[in-house]
Design a protein around this ligand. Structure first.
Ligand code: PEP
Length: 255
């Protein structure tokens, strides 16, 4: 029987100053209060400037800390970039790679995202690999083709349930308030699981957590998180405020 502990990860993107860390502390207090009634792991992915301070705030509640991107190299002449080893050194245990904003804003290809995921693995970080179709691709019925291409191009062959998480984030759902239907999410996640099986074998694919991301909020979290093969959420805007993020975390409280 496969046991995948759900993960609720908050991606702060390019938001947050030291003065905003109180939001993280409030969430951590909430997680600590929930104790074993919370059937999920929680993670914050703040901007790199706040990783160390976030690690300090999260330690006692055992809330994890991730980064938002990494370079493929371990070190070298890459001004402004951060390696996976540096992120690990700062206290991160995971790193998001291939977010659609990086694919779009920085022209990141599947091959580059795959190399970043491999660099994360080398550094001992969990790679949270983001995939998802644009509105145009969805309009032309290409969603599964896009997911197929992104999985085969950006998931390393060495991916396992402990070093890799995949986040399905339809680009048109990010920050828009729009979400796919539960059936669409279920179909996408079943397809992803099946394609991962083709890449790394069904037994290993069954261990990999598949997150849904795109306009998750307290009001829709419970419904989205009950969908088959959805193992948690990657949350953008609603992770910035403790009240909202705690409302999403509460979708994982067992009675
Ligand atoms: C994201 O960008 O990863 C995301 C899910 O954003 P939002 O929750 O704001 O749609």
């Amino acid at each position: 029987m496969v046991q995948r502990k759900p993960l609720v990860a908050g991606n702060w993107k390019m938001n947050g100053l030291a003065a905003d860390l109180g939001e993280i502390s409030r969430c951590c207090e909430h997680v600590a209060e929930l104790g074993t009634s919370l059937a999920a792991e929680v993670m914050f992915c703040p901007p790199a400037t706040l990783i160390s301070a976030t690690v300090e705030r999260c330690r006692s509640a055992r809330v994890a800390v991730g980064a938002q991107d990494c370079h493929v190299a371990q070190s070298g002449a890459h001004t402004g970039d951060l390696s996976a080893h540096m992120l690990r050194d700062a206290g991160a245990s995971a790193v998001i790679v291939g977010h659609s904003e990086r694919r779009g804003d920085h022209g990141e290809t599947d091959a580059l995202v795959g190399a970043k995921a491999a660099a994360a693995h080398d550094a001992g970080l969990t790679a949270i690999i983001c995939i998802g179709e644009t509105a145009g691709q969805r309009h032309y019925g290409l969603t599964l083709n896009v997911l197929e291409r992104q999985i085969s191009g950006s998931v390393p062959n060495a991916a396992t349930g402990s070093n890799t998480i995949i986040a399905y984030e339809p680009v048109w759902a990010i920050g828009t308030g729009l979400t796919p239907t539960p059936d669409d999410v279920a179909n996408a996640h079943a397809f992803m699981r099946e394609r991962l099986g083709g890449l790394i074998g069904a037994a290993e694919a069954a261990q990999i957590r598949l997150l849904y991301g795109g306009s998750v909020k307290p009001a829709n979290a419970r419904e989205l998180m009950q969908i088959a093969d959805v193992d948690g959420a990657l949350v953008g805007g609603a992770s910035l405020k403790a009240n909202d993020f705690c409302g999403i975390i509460d979708a994982f409280v067992t009675k």
